[in-house]
Design a protein around this ligand. Sequence first.
Ligand SMILES: [Ca+2]
Ligand SMILES: [Ca+2]
Ligand SMILES: [Ca+2]
Length: 250
Amino acid sequence: MRPRSPMLPLSIPAILAVGLFGALLAASPCPVGAQAYIAGLRVDLPLGSPFGTNDARGVAVGDVNGDGMPDLLALTPYKVTVLLGNGLGGFGSKSQVALDGTTYPFALAVGDLNGDGRLDLAVVDELTAVSVLLGNGAGGFGPRTVIATGSNTADVTIADMTGDGRPDLVVAVRGGLSLLEIFPGNGAGGFGARQDISVPGTPTYVATGDLNGDGRLDVCVSHVDAENKVSVLLANATGGYLPPVNYTTG
Ligand SMILES: [Ca+2]
Ligand SMILES: [Ca+2]
Ligand SMILES: [Ca+2]
């Protein structure tokens, strides 16, 4: 049994994970601009500006330029828009990261995947790929490295699921296979063979946290297609997960 840590080894402290509920809303195909959920508070961003599109699919917060102030990243078709924060809740300088070659980017997550203290990006495609883009610490990102997944990927989050102190990718696969896929990070931006966790239903959005206080990261997953439920999978002592427990939603 390996020890598990609920914390990522990130040297940049100002990383806020968008909560499951926020991700549910923010990542929906909303025609009225982007809605960012930051620490549970909604931030509405106007249509056409600053994103220049009406189809924002996902959002994340992290200090991508290392100035200690959280920045905003919004995923729109085939690009990620980066808005540098001013530390007062406002956002100034805007830049964009092209995602040319993707089928349809669906969700994103930020984390330091190669351990250099700079936040990196993970973006899931609507079909069978996760793109990893290493951050340059100045708000820019390098070229995509593509990792093949199962079918119909829907969401991605970054967390140390294997307890080795290195962040891993957790991908929800919503169609056919009904899986969570964990890609164990090697701490240098690469990933080992995927580990599948069966989650019957249509897993669509995923979040992690130590839900029972045992020091092991647990997983919760929401479902679409009117399944009306959230599944919780508690980590066990042997590196696996207990069978999902379903909770009915509204
Ligand atoms: Ca910043
Ligand atoms: Ca990095
Ligand atoms: Ca736990």
